[in-house]
Design a protein around this ligand. Structure first.
Ligand SMILES: Cc1cc2nc3c(=O)[nH]c(=O)nc-3n(C[C@H](O)[C@H](O)[C@H](O)COP(=O)(O)OP(=O)(O)OC[C@H]3O[C@@H](n4cnc5c(N)ncnc54)[C@H](O)[C@@H]3O)c2cc1C
Length: 422
């Protein structure tokens, strides 16, 4: 059984498209926003763009809003998300207060951190729809103001860069993320809510947000535009679709520039292997490297040096993460609650003139992630052996949840889904 809805932010191609589809696309409504008590109640397939519009109208936002408009709250909770408020509130699943889950065995269960289904409440994150589907969630919100003041600070030395990120995480700032453009060119971007702004920038049409990081030291965006600053150019990945050319942007039109359009084009490209075929004709052997990796901050400079040496993709998106509630444990995506992690996001194709075995660089990345005590999101390609995979993602707990909530395996198995692409 698979989830039937029109958008997706998964970047692994299925090898098997048989099986039924459960049409859940109508579970896309915001039920209630309570800005006094700071929570929102929402259906599982609601995209964050709709949820944040509803909360911003009440001067509030979900505590962590993933950067791509079509990411749904259920997808981010079961598939792990992140944003620049994660240094304070952790990952989106850490701010969920309660959820209704349709389990593989057909029950609809209300799960909270302390009721009889608390194991499912804590086990759903990183289960990718293999235990059940979140139909309704109650999630924490935080107060907003009209604008966000951004400061972009350049730091050349990588070790110093991660030290300063840690210092910023200890400050009273509202948002922290970063961008690495070259081996000696790192930026920290901090954001602070403000009530008024001397000017506001617009990166939804001809101007491109990621370029502004190198050009401006201070900037202002409306709160809404801040949340979606990365969406218009899919961070920087719109360049692969030639969408950073001003003429192409004008022809495309403001409304169509954004991750929803690009994701459709990329899926079409994957399906027909257009880029792969063109590369082969030109004599290149390409490998797609689309990964988000969380590494303890003490090892972040080592991981960054490895990425430059072995992968060579820039820019790289950087985002610090700290546990929101240090006593909570999410066993299928285990992170140490007292450790600051740095998320490295790098998404591109890497070409070489020599052939390599499948997953050549991706496997090196997985190996290095393990060496440095990190953990990897499973939304794109993974190459772990079954034994390696379950060492990272807690097989005993997962098997116990599976036996309790999906004993007939109607919803597939996490390894089969995320690594074998079934
Ligand atoms: C290029 C790229 C960039 C990304 N960047 C970011 C980022 O910047 N920030 C960020 O936070 N995340 C990012 N992600 C990861 C993204 O948050 C996850 O892939 C997330 O699972 C996508 O949610 P979706 O709603 O699009 O779900 P889908 O892609 O539709 O589904 C993802 C998985 O979750 C399952 N699922 C979906 N809805 C539910 C539900 N209600 N209950 C249970 N299971 C469900 C599906 O079965 C599927 O296995 C990125 C992904 C990609 C490909």
């Amino acid at each position: 059984m698979r989830l039937g809805k029109s958008t997706s932010n998964l970047f692994r191609q299925r090898t098997d498209s048989t099986g039924g589809r459960l049409d859940v696309s109508d579970f896309n409504n915001v039920i209630e926003v309570n800005s006094e008590q700071q929570w929102a109640e929402v259906e599982g397939m609601t995209p964050y763009v709709a949820l944040s519009e509803a909360t911003l109208a009440e001067n509030a936002m979900p505590a962590v809003v993933p950067q791509l408009k079509s990411i749904t709250i259920g997808g981010a909770v079961s598939g792990v998300g992140i944003e620049s408020s994660s240094f304070r509130y952790g990952l989106p699943h850490e701010t969920v207060l309660e959820m209704d889950v349709l389990t593989g065995d057909g029950r609809v269960l209300t799960c909270t951190p302390s009721n009889e289904f608390s194991d499912l409440f804590f086990g759903l994150p990183n289960s990718y729809g293999t235990l059940g589907y979140a139909l309704r969630l109650k999630t924490k919100t935080i107060p907003t103001r009209s604008f966000v003041e951004l400061k972009h600070q350049r730091i050349d030395n990588p070790s110093r860069y991660f030290e300063v990120i840690t210092e910023r995480c200890d400050s009273d700032i509202d948002f922290v993320d970063g961008s690495v453009f070259a081996i000696d060119e790192h930026y920290i971007t901090t954001g602070r809510f403000v009530d008024s702004a001397p000017f506001t920038s617009d990166y939804t049409y001809l101007n491109i947000y990621y370029r502004s990081i190198r050009e401006k030291s201070t900037d202002y965006l409306s709160a809404y535009d801040y949340l979606w600053r990365w969406d218009t150019d899919w961070f920087w990945c719109s360049k692969n679709l030639h969408m950073q050319n001003p003429v192409a942007r004008i022809l495309m039109g403001r409304k169509r520039l954004g991750s929803i359009t690009y994701a459709k084009v990329m899926r079409w490209n994957f399906k027909w292997n257009i880029t792969g075929t063109l590369n082969r004709i030109a004599g290149y052997y390409p490998e797609t490297v689309i990964q988000d990796i969380d590494i303890p901050v003490d090892n972040a400079a080592t991981f960054l040096a490895f990425l430059h040496r072995e992968v060579g993709i820039t820019p790289i998106w950087i985002c610090p993460i700290r546990a929101y509630n240090r006593s909570a444990r999410y066993p299928i995506y285990p992170m140490h609650p007292d450790t600051t992690y740095i998320n490295f996001g790098f998404w591109d194709g890497v070409k070489s003139r020599e052939p390599h075995p499948p997953g050549y660089r991706n496997k090196k990345i997985e190996h290095m992630t393990t060496e440095l005590g990190g953990i990897k999101s499973l939304y794109s390609d993974s190459y772990y052996s079954e034994e390696q995979f379950w060492r990272h993602y807690n097989e005993p707990v997962y098997r116990a949840l599976k036996a309790k909530y999906d004993p007939d395996n109607r919803l597939n198995d996490l390894y089969n889904k995320c690594v074998m692409k079934q």
